[in-house]
Design a protein around this ligand. Structure first.
Ligand code: SF4
Length: 488
């Protein structure tokens, strides 16, 4: 889900881009589309490379791009369709998951996340079919976290029970607010009472594994109103809460109302105050603030999302707007994305792989080639470290020496950030810590991470040298981006 603060675009997009992040804060990717050159056949499985036979693990994200209606604040590329051929979508999700697992040679899937869109609109049979395909192509432990995002309007007890029977063991419910007037302003389909029913039903079926999303910083929302929403949420919630500051995205109905003066724009100091209030209240009630937007108690952290923040490998299946866009410019019309090593190609190149955006086109490509990959870009060492820095510092554990060493065997955290420079100044100001545990934000620093990152990235770039920047073609685009269908 979303970045809590306003970041420079590149960082905001990266932070908000993760699969499984909700639609808040998502933005279209910059850069040109790299159109696929359709290949004649589905590519064969790569031959194992000697010396790279270590079993690979990855998290797997599955995107369901459909919603019943568009919320007023959502600029995500969701699709509202009258008649959906769910069997065809299911077949494509299954086939693409099988193909990408085969290409990545991932042996073990550590977690699965069904995000959207509104994946609770999919039938439990679709969820079951995808999970069966994953379990058939790789090891999927019985205890692996399998999360489904659900909207209260499609989360009846019987439906949730169907998802549980299909293999889902964790729910993330898009409550957003427990006030009917706020829900109307947001264009949500559900009422506060329906949200309560959905959370209660979910807690009964998924005890200890029900998360709820809440938005703050709504136009006209006062400090007191937010405190009341938070109190109501605490009375309802399970052991995981995600809090997102509402982003007024260009092109949305809500942003137009604010721009036209029909609704007030929340002042920045009020937003900061709301965030600070929330984290203090949640921590006082036993939650761990383990990531900028996420809180858990009793160890109920989202292991799937942690795999993004720890820069583990992940595979993205399905069509969606690409929110990311990370450090590497990726095609504008791009969908679910992944970061994994193509072991069949030599075993050491971490790729940014993006799937096609538009569902009908994506389905056509999957039917023809086994997958709808629109673009593949091999990340250079600097780009990998930029991602690790930007994502890892979002967590309270930060970036451990071990994790950093995995991506940077030559330059330790101490080499890069221990010398006099920006990071040292941030440590002396109390925003950052570099010690035997690694590099992480202090409590105060986590709240202003967006303002720390530019300095840290600059120091990283200086330390590693600009010479490692990717080559550009004559239009200034990343010359390494290749079509997903020209090979793999
Ligand atoms: S439910 Fe609303 S906010 Fe979520 S993806 Fe659909 S339209 Fe966007």
């Amino acid at each position: 889900m979303a970045a809590v603060r306003r970041w420079p675009r590149k960082l905001a997009v990266l932070a908000a881009a993760l699969p499984g992040a909700g639609s808040q804060g998502r933005a279209a990717a910059p850069g040109p589309a790299v159109l696929p050159a359709p290949g004649p056949t589905e590519e064969p499985a790569p031959e194992p490379v000697p010396g790279t036979a270590a079993p690979a693990t990855a998290a797997l994200y599955v995107h369901w791009p459909y919603c019943r209606k568009r919320c007023s604040y959502c600029n995500f590329n969701t699709y509202v369709v009258r008649a959906l051929d769910e069997a065809a979508v299911r077949a494509c999700l299954v086939r693409e998951a099988q193909t990408l697992l085969r290409l990545s040679q991932v042996h073990s899937v550590t977690s699965v996340f069904f995000g959207g869109g509104t994946p609770s609109l999919a039938g439990p049979g679709t969820v079951a079919a995808v999970l069966e395909a994953v379990a058939g192509a790789a090891h999927l432990a019985a205890a692996a976290e399998v999360t489904l995002e659900a909207n209260p309007s499609s989360a009846s007890i019987s439906r949730l029970a169907g998802f549980r029977a299909a293999g889902v063991n964790r729910l993330s419910i898009g409550v957003q607010s427990l006030d009917d007037s706020e829900l109307r302003m947001l264009g949500r389909e559900h009422t506060a009472a329906e949200a309560r029913q959905a959370v209660e039903a979910a807690r009964g079926l998924f005890p200890g594994r029900t998360s709820m999303d809440l938005l703050f910083g709504l136009p006209g929302q006062s400090r007191d109103a937010w405190a009341q929403r938070l109190e109501a949420a605490l009375g309802l919630c399970d052991d995981h809460i995600s809090l997102y500051q509402l982003t007024l995205e260009r092109g949305t109905a809500l942003a137009a109302q604010v721009r036209g003066g029909a609704l007030p724009e929340p002042p920045q100091d009020l937003l900061a105050d709301m965030y600070e209030t929330a984290r203090n209240v949640l921590v006082a009630t036993g939650f761990r603030h383990y990531e900028v937007s996420n809180f858990a108690r009793k160890g109920a952290l989202s292991t799937h999302n942690l795999s993004y923040w720890r820069a583990d490998e992940y595979i993205g299946v399905g069509p969606a707007m690409c929110p990311v866009n990370a450090v590497v410019p990726l095609p504008a019309a791009a969908g679910a994305h992944g970061r994994f090593v193509l072991r069949g190609e030599g075993g050491c190149s971490r790729e940014a792989r993006v799937q096609t955006l538009e569902p009908v086109t994506w389905m056509r490509e999957v039917q023809s080639h086994g997958h709808g990959t629109r673009s593949r870009v091999v990340l250079n060492p600097l780009e990998q470290l930029e991602e690790l820095l930007t994502l890892g510092l979002r967590t309270d554990e930060g970036i451990t020496h071990e994790c950093w060493g995995h991506f940077s065997p030559q330059f330790s955290l101490q080499d890069v950030f221990g010398e006099p420079g920006e990071a040292r100044a941030l440590q002396q100001s109390g925003w950052l810590v570099l010690d035997s545990g690694g590099l992480r934000c202090t409590w105060a620093g986590l709240a202003v991470l967006d303002s720390l990152l530019p300095d840290l990235l600059w120091q990283l770039q200086r330390a590693l040298g600009a010479a490692r920047c990717p080559p550009r073609d004559k239009e200034g685009q990343d010359a390494r981006a290749v079509s997903g269908h020209d090979g793999q």
